[in-house]
Design a protein around this ligand. Structure first.
Ligand SMILES: [Zn+2]
Length: 303
């Protein structure tokens, strides 16, 4: 483990932790720790490529871009990511061969017409990325990629018992980057534990507390876009919260949540309360509430 610690020190120098963003990189920790052979970063602005390449090469990895980053989602979202052509995919691997193999498999997985061919590529890529076999199998069965709601439901349907907060990849800081086969998948928890232990060794107590707090936040997801994280306690069918954050700061729900401190989930409604006073009722056609650590997930589901 000595070598790993030395590498972490240099990593820290180049990638200082920003606790309120996701800049401290779980995937690079796993790559350094030998738990992955390959990492893909996307979308990376072409102007950043040179600097990142230097950092990762200094850590002893091979780095290559795979041409322009484009997917339909990216094109639709180009205001956020910039005009097409500004971004690229960056592959970071333990060797040139691994990176080249990854780039080819990635192209097949994205573009092959044949479903079986795509699945095979996804399986092999999953191995290079160090994902657990159970999660690779699960991912291949998921039809609609790039759809967070479908992804959450797919994993939730396979989850028996409590949701483990280590596997909360939706509230700001991801400890794991892959889609777990269940929200208490043992292999995924093991991977998350490795990342967390290494973060703990290297970061200040405050930074670890921030990551811990992010991971424990409950998530209300209303497709297609609304994703709200809450710090609070769930008792029965009611969430009491002291803090929330949303990806859409100006949405209708957010303005209501500003005057809410309690949410009651019933079969058909989400009831917003301020000290037992009714604020409003919502009845979206689809929603899901992820109660990390809780047993009561079935109460909160409507899909
Ligand atoms: Zn799994």
């Amino acid at each position: 483990m000595k070598k790993l610690e030395i590498k972490f020190k240099s990593l820290n120098k180049f990638l200082p932790l920003m606790p309120y963003s996701s800049k401290f990189d779980n995937e690079i920790i796993l790559l350094i720790g030998g738990k992955k052979q390959l990492v893909k970063k996307e979308p990376i602005h072409v102007r950043k490529v040179g600097r990142l390449k230097k950092i990762y090469e200094r850590l002893g990895f091979y780095v290559e871009t795979s041409g322009l980053y484009f997917t339909r989602e990216h094109w639709n979202d180009r205001n956020r990511y910039g005009e097409d052509g500004d971004h690229t995919e960056l592959f970071i691997g333990t060797s040139k061969e691994i990176v080249r193999e990854g780039i080819i498999l990635n192209k097949i997985e994205k573009r092959a017409r044949d479903k079986e061919e795509r699945k095979t590529a996804a399986r092999l890529l999953g191995k290079l990325y160090g994902y657990p076999d159970c999660c690779i199998k699960h991912f291949i069965k998921l039809d609609s990629h790039n759809d967070i709601f479908a992804e959450i439901i797919h994993t939730l349907k396979n989850t028996k018992g409590n949701l483990n907060f280590y596997l909360n990849k939706y509230s700001g800081y991801k400890i794991i980057s892959h889609i777990p086969c269940s929200f208490n998948c043992e292999k995924s928890i093991e991977i998350a534990g490795f990342v967390f232990d290494n973060l703990r060794k290297d970061l200040t107590e405050e930074a670890v507390r921030v990551i811990f707090r992010f991971s424990s936040m409950h998530i209300l997801f209303i497709p297609p876009f609304e994703k709200i994280s809450f710090s609070g306690d769930v008792k029965g069918d009611t969430l009491s919260f002291s803090f929330f954050k949303s990806t859409f700061l100006k949405s209708h729900i957010v303005s209501l949540l500003n005057i809410t401190n309690m949410i009651k989930f019933t079969k058909n409604k989400i009831i917003l309360l301020n000290n037992s006073q009714l604020v409003d009722e919502l009845a979206p056609s689809q929603w899901v509430f992820l109660n990390w650590g809780g047993k009561t997930k079935k109460l909160f589901l409507k899909y």
